[in-house]
Design a protein around this ligand. Structure first.
Ligand code: HEM
Length: 182
């Protein structure tokens, strides 16, 4: 019988990526609404620096994990469905998944560019790359705005994706089983 679930590595990656995205979105929207000074006023300078370093480091990690997930399709293509999807479901799910990949690749690259062009260091845990000197603050803030708008679009697409996931979980049609860990 043909396998109808993703491999364990693909399923594990899906949920690690999901956790990272939830954390990064929560941090990102907090930074966006309060600004650096606002976050500092609320949490203090040391914790604020840690939050920004974490956001950059986990954002870069997310980028590499998404690239890895895409590369794994060469070895493990998406499995067939237990019950074939309708034409509409196929179009909606393919479009949603393509948008998710596009955003999960584009948003971290945008964040990297915005950080660097604004003259801030790009940090990946222990590694640090200094920002551009001289910085272009104007272009940097335009890119940060696009990075934030990307986050909002991602949130909207995710709500659709999670809504569909919950619907299929309730229907018990085997789709949730394709990606669930146990
Ligand atoms: C930040 C959170 C999440 C991200 C970024 C994300 C991303 C993705 C992506 C890109 C796929 C497509 C896999 C492929 O290429 O074939 C996928 C599949 C799937 N996801 Fe998520 N996901 C997230 C959260 C969730 C949650 C919370 C649920 C459950 C409510 C869920 C349920 C599913 C299911 C059932 C599939 C398999 C769909 C299918 O094979 O047709 N995901 N997810």
């Amino acid at each position: 019988m043909a396998k109808t679930r993703y491999s364990f590595v693909q399923r594990l990656l899906h949920w690690i990526i999901a956790l990272l995205v939830f954390g990064l979105l929560a941090m990102g929207f907090t930074f966006w609404s309060l600004g650096f000074e606002g976050v500092k006023g609320m949490f203090g300078a040391e914790l604020t620096n840690t939050f920004y370093t974490m956001h950059k480091s986990f954002g870069i990690l997310l980028f590499f994990l998404v690239v890895l997930r895409l590369l794994l399709f060469r070895f493990w293509p998406a499995p067939p469905y237990e019950t074939p999807l309708s034409g509409t479901e196929r179009v909606v799910s393919a479009t949603t998944h393509a948008l998710l990949y596009l955003l999960l690749i584009g948003i971290p690259i945008g964040g990297w560019l915005a950080t660097s062009i604004s003259g801030f260091p790009v940090q990946f845990f222990g590694w640090s790359q200094p920002g551009l000197d001289p910085a272009n603050k104007e272009l940097g803030s335009q890119l940060f705005l696009m990075h934030g708008i990307g986050g909002l679009v991602l949130l909207a697409v995710l709500l659709l994706h999670i809504g569909a996931g919950i619907k299929h979980w309730k229907l018990k049609d085997g789709i949730m089983k394709r990606i669930s860990l146990p």
